[in-house]
Ligand binder design. Sequence first.
Ligand SMILES: [Zn+2]
Length: 202
Amino acid sequence: MDEGYIKFQAEQVAGSIVQPAEFDQLNRARTELFDFGLIGSYDNGIGFGNLSLREQGQHFLITASATGGERVLRFAQYCLVESFSPERNLVRARGGLPASSESMTHGAIYAASPAVQCVMHIHSRVMFDALLARPALHTPASIPYGTPAMAQAVSSLVKNQRQLPVLFVMAGHDEGIIAYGAEIDSVKQLIVSTFLEITQHA
Ligand SMILES: [Zn+2]
């Protein structure tokens, strides 16, 4: 991360969280994306990819930090983000595991559009390169991940869209792609159909 930025902090709030009715659907979508290699971990062990689901208001359930490498997650590997501040680079979440810095981008999307219920962040070399070559919808390459500027850029991108679901590239976050929408399955389907369309023509 660039100098001058406040170090990311994940604050954990004690207490249990209630499993939402759509949890199994969300977790199954995650496993499907894992099987396509769009969520997982790199050779160095660092995990990538996360899914979230809006709960009440701006609260959202999200896969916890460092869970990318596991094919099937348990509910205990999710946490509930209760507040976040891009300016202070701080996320406050309830649950047994900390939220990742990527939670900030999810939060910025929920805050920008009340219709959004689900956000998925995946990594894909082939999709990233193919979509930027078109060029598809993307945040500027000059804006790195996990910064207040990224939260700002994502927020204005979301506010400019008139339809759901939406898929865009974070050009400043290598391999980083986000999709969001009003339902779990429409968001997952947009990712899978885009992936298949690109890989079948590659
Ligand atoms: Zn990422």
